[in-house]
Design a protein around this ligand. Structure first.
Ligand SMILES: [Zn+2]
Length: 464
């Protein structure tokens, strides 16, 4: 998850559908199993079709080594994007990429790439995640998808697989956004959502983003060179821990992400009348805080009344003047709604506003809400989602379709390329905590699904 990075995200996500796929997709995989003994996928499947190609012990080793960078005494890590710790961890990761024979480069936004040539002149298949963490974060958010991407490259080498498309592993910079209050920074620049206006932002030490980019060996004047043009990527895949309880509770090992939820936020102000708490009779009050309290419950009730994965939150409330012996004359609170479906967000907000109006009447106050944030949902590419389901099925792994309710780099990349995400379970749904945990088996499952999905997409995409 990440800190939301303000209003520039308001543009509507275009539906990425540049991908060309075999129209008889179900049969296609079956044909691949039985006919094409020379195809990379057939080689990758192994004789029994369920043999793992990724090396789980090696993947565990790289995750454990990565966990040393920024390790906290209580467990977990603090590895903030654009920090000395992050820089050291990136050195380690770039060494792994080189060992895997990848061509390593860093773009002007600090994104780290490892490229593997393809046999045809085709757009790149990109996959990876992030290695920065929140303060006192865990060892799995971002790390699993990052080390998983490198493990896939190593496994392809082990099995002498040559792909048609060039493949590229990516480590996006500053996903969590603890520095510069700009989450998914690197992917935001790559997708053309962020530009030079962010360079003068300062961190808590007074260092600007431009200063940090120089430390990362980059020239901030070339920031926009990090933009990835539309058409350059055949598709982008991200393996990630769910960061929620759904897969863990239902004991489903693989989540197929339908998309990354849209987030809308409003700032609401209830205006009543501040008056003496002793001398104002109960029936003559205009108590802004009492009204706002009803509003908070109304938000919860409206969101609960819908079926689905939507969530709604009031994160805090401020009352003024804020004295024990004065009736609050003003109360302010934010409302945040998240869902994949724009129409449902519209509908829930309409219903919430009706409830607020009703409260205004009952409590003799006025409530007005101003929009603060509107990040459109990013839909995952349907053909890529079915490819994930197919390879999971071939491995005997159950899947569930679910949204990502946390922000992700992939939601930026959805604006420039077909995108999909593979989720693996987070124990008890805990994330952004040293207690974050995903089992080695679940991680190996996710990495193997990533490996096979890449090969399946490589076979299917960009066919004439
Ligand atoms: Zn993450």
């Amino acid at each position: 998850m990440r800190i939301m990075w303000t209003r520039q995200a308001k543009r509507t996500v275009r539906n990425p559908s540049a991908m060309v796929l075999c129209p008889v997709s179900g049969m296609f995989l079956a044909i691949l199993y039985f006919v094409s003994s020379t195809s990379p996928l057939a080689r990758a499947q192994g004789a029994d079709g369920t043999k793992y190609h990724v090396n789980s012990a090696r993947l565990q080793g790289t995750l454990e080594k990565l966990s040393e960078f920024g390790r906290n005494p209580e467990g977990g890590v603090t590895r903030i994007g654009f920090s000395e710790t992050d820089l050291a961890a990136r050195e380690y990761v770039s060494g792994l990429m080189k060992q895997a024979g990848l061509q390593v480069r860093v773009d002007p936004a600090g994104n780290l790439f490892g490229w593997r040539a393809g046999s045809e002149s085709l757009p790149t298949l990109l996959f990876g995640s992030h290695i920065d963490s929140v303060l006192h974060g865990g060892n799995f958010d971002g790390d699993v998808g990052s080390m998983g991407a490198i493990e896939v490259m190593r496994a392809l080498n082990d099995h002498n697989v040559k792909t048609r498309h060039p493949l590229e592993a990516v480590i996006w910079s500053n996903e969590e956004g603890n520095h510069f209050a700009l989450g998914t920074l690197g992917s935001g620049v790559a997708a053309g959502l962020l530009g030079p206006e962010i360079l003068s932002r300062k961190d808590e030490q007074g260092l600007t983003l431009a200063d940090w980019l120089r430390r990362y060996g980059q020239d901030p004047a070339h920031l926009t060179d990090a933009r990835i043009p539309r058409g350059a990527l055949a598709g982008a895949l991200e393996l990630h821990v769910e960061q929620g309880p759904t897969l863990d509770e239902t004991k489903v090992p693989i989540g197929v992400v339908q998309g990354i939820v849209g987030i809308r936020e409003w700032d609401c102000v209830v205006t009543g009348f501040a008056n003496h708490a002793g001398t104002t009779p109960m029936n003559r009050r205009k108590d802004a805080l009492a009204a706002a309290s009803k509003d908070v419950l109304a938000v919860r009730d409206v969101v609960r009344a819908e079926s689905g994965f939507q969530v709604g939150t009031v994160g805090y409330m401020k009352a003024e003047p804020g004295a024990p012996n004065v009736i609050p004359g003003r109360a302010e609170f934010p409302v945040e709604l998240r869902d994949l479906d724009t129409a449902k967000l519209d509908h829930m907000w309409e219903h919430i506003q009706e409830k607020f109006k009703q409260t205004d009447k009952e409590e003799n106050v006025q409530t007005s809400c101003a929009p603060l944030e509107d990040v459109a949902p990013a839909q995952a590419n349907p053909a890529m989602q079915s490819a994930i389901r197919e390879v999971a099925r071939a491995l005997g792994l159950a899947t569930s379709d679910l949204p990502s309710r946390a922000g992700q780099d992939s939601q930026n990349i959805a604006r420039i390329a077909p995108m999909a995400m593979i989720f693996v379970p987070s124990r008890d749904g805990i994330s952004h905590s040293p207690k974050e945990f995903t089992s080695w088996q679940d991680i190996a499952n996710g990495a193997e699904v990533l490996y096979r999905t890449i090969l399946l997409l490589d076979e299917r995409m960009d066919r004439k």
